[in-house]
Write a protein that binds this ligand. Structure first.
Ligand code: 13P
Length: 277
């Protein structure tokens, strides 16, 4: 086997080891950092360069698990660029149907074929375009049916002093619980992304994040049971930057981050990954 092949095999084995730890109930101990590139960049050349730069910094598998979600047209090329690194490929959305007359949609089979392992579902920017809880749930079921990992985004638009936003979050979790049995919820990742913190520079405080982590776990305990609730990793997303990542991670008690803007600069993304290491 050539050197590249050996490295690739070692990386894959180490990743499988992480996944095995997760299935043994240690899921929350392996943090996850996902870069959501959203609608960036606008050329394949820039996407390739960014993927290569991230891959170069992430050669070996050490916690956290690092994932990048480029726009659909770049998945194949980005997949090639990160192949020999520890970086894992993700997609930003998926359709519920897998094949047929659905103009403009992207199938889970296509994403799987391109090597995506995580699929972001129900991002607030998609919900703003009309995606309902019901559609989000159908997408989550589609992803699970094809043995990939959905990263399900939840989060309130604004915070009110009476704490009504907690009810909003609880309802988002309830809609998932209506369709997902315990065995399925254990296979998803939740990303708590308060809409007011996305792209605004207004990061949630460590206390906000800690409180929400606890709240989500409490709701999942109510909807399932404590052991199941403990298995579901909860990421935080919303203006995560190199200078706030360490405190959010250490004191905020989250399972990692879903990063937007800062994932578009390889150095910033690497600094966030380091803060979680
Ligand atoms: P920013 O990190 O740019 O606030 O975006 C967060 C996000 O929406 C990630 O999905």
């Amino acid at each position: 086997m050539e050197a590249g092949g050996i490295v690739e095999k070692a990386i894959r084995e180490a990743y499988c080891f992480f996944v095995m730890l997760q299935s043994l109930g240690m899921k929350k101990t392996v943090p996850l950092v996902i870069g959501n590139w959203k609608l960036n960049p606008v050329t394949l050349v820039d996407a390739s360069l960014l993927a290569s730069a991230i891959a170069r910094k992430q050669k070996t598998v050490a916690a956290p698990i690092v994932v990048i979600a480029p726009p659909f047209p770049y998945l194949a090329e980005v997949g090639k660029k990160i192949k020999k690194s520890a970086v894992i490929l993700a997609a930003q959305d998926v359709y519920t149907e897998v094949i047929g007359p659905f103009t403009g949609e992207v199938s889970i089979l296509q994403l799987k074929d391109l090597g995506a392992e995580y699929i972001i579902v129900g991002h607030s920017e998609r919900r703003a375009l009309g995606e309902t809880d019901d559609l989000v749930c159908q997408k989550v079921q589609t992803v699970l049916k094809h043995q990939l990992t959905p990263v399900v985004c939840i989060g309130e638009r604004a915070r009110d002093e009476h704490g009504d936003f907690f009810t909003f979050i609880e309802n988002q979790l309830r809609s998932l619980a209506e369709v997902l049995p315990a065995v399925a919820i254990k296979k998803i990742v939740i990303a708590y992304e308060p809409i007011w913190a996305i792209g605004t520079g207004k990061t949630a405080t460590v206390e906000d994040v800690k409180e929400m982590q606890l709240f989500i776990e409490t709701v999942l305990t109510k909807l399932y049971d404590r052991a199941t609730a403990k298995m579901v990793p909860v990421l935080y997303g919303g203006s995560v930057k190199p200078d706030n990542a360490a405190s959010l991670h250490k004191e905020g008690d989250m399972g990692g981050f879903l990063v937007g803007g800062a994932s578009l600069k390889a150095d910033d993304f690497a600094a966030i990954i380091k803060a979680v290491s």
